[in-house]
Design a protein around this ligand. Sequence first.
Ligand code: AKG
Ligand code: FE2
Length: 327
Amino acid sequence: MSKLQFPVFDLGAFEQADDAGKRTLGKQVDDICRSTGFLAIRNHGVSQAVIDAVWSKAQAFFDLPPEEKQNARAPYKGYPYGYLGPELEALAKSREIDSPPDLKESFNGGPLRQPASITDPEALAFCYAPTIWPDRPDGFVEAWKTYYASLEDLAARIMRLFAVALNLPETYFEGFIDAPISALRALNYPEQNVPPKPGQLRAGAHTDYGSLTILLPQEGSKGLEIITPDGQWTPVPPVPGAFVINIGDLMARWTNDRWVSTLHRVVNPSPQDGGMARRQSLAFFHQPNWNAEINVLDACLGEGETVQYGPVLSGPYLMSKFKSTAA
Ligand SMILES: O=C(O)CCC(=O)C(=O)O
Ligand SMILES: [Fe+2]
């Protein structure tokens, strides 16, 4: 693994390693997750054709006239899926910081399957609410679902890596994530022709809520920044062919804060970087099963350490976090 500036991890090499090799590589991931929880994953096995298809369909969707995009809009404030137009979300509000709305628009989609066992009305009204699909561009839905399925599989593989990193059996998380309630979000940060309001960013400083986020920033694009342990905002460099992953609040809680859910943001483009260029990204927010009960892992309790968090259920926990960001 290269650790020059930003760690880049070879997932294929991990999967092919023997037990001792896996433990060594897992230890590297444990170290990263204790410090920032942000790393790039290469040799991830997701086909470039699957990525290119969803990328170009998302771009074509964002290029549609605003009125047409509104046909796929989320029907009411707080509805999780469909099109969320400009100025409707301020991520900084999740931290109770009042800020102008983020300079972005997004399209959001939920789980591809709904287990028959799910009857909780809250689950049906929230995570399992229907995705409001756009009519155009042709092929959008198929490309979206194919990418979603690939990322769900990738997330499960990364959770195996996390289990090894935490000194747990490799399959430890499997029972918690066999009916995940993950969401996929395509983000577009439009060209900025007018100056932002004071304090207005493309995405305000926030932590992610779930177990794991798998991000695909636009190739070569800048703007994503994290707070490093020295307290400085630090750019995440684009890594060609790799996904950027980070852990969210639920994973920090699960590990009793051994792992950190790091604050991050997307800043406005600087004049040196073209000043106003559009930027696109895809964010897959992996979230354990609606009913998964998340208790601090024994494996994360060192000598003399106490349990800092009581149990929470994955779905209701996510709902409470999500509802706070409407602008
Ligand atoms: O677009 C990006 O690079 C990051 C977006 C992000 O952090 C989020 O939507 O949670
Ligand atoms: Fe984020």
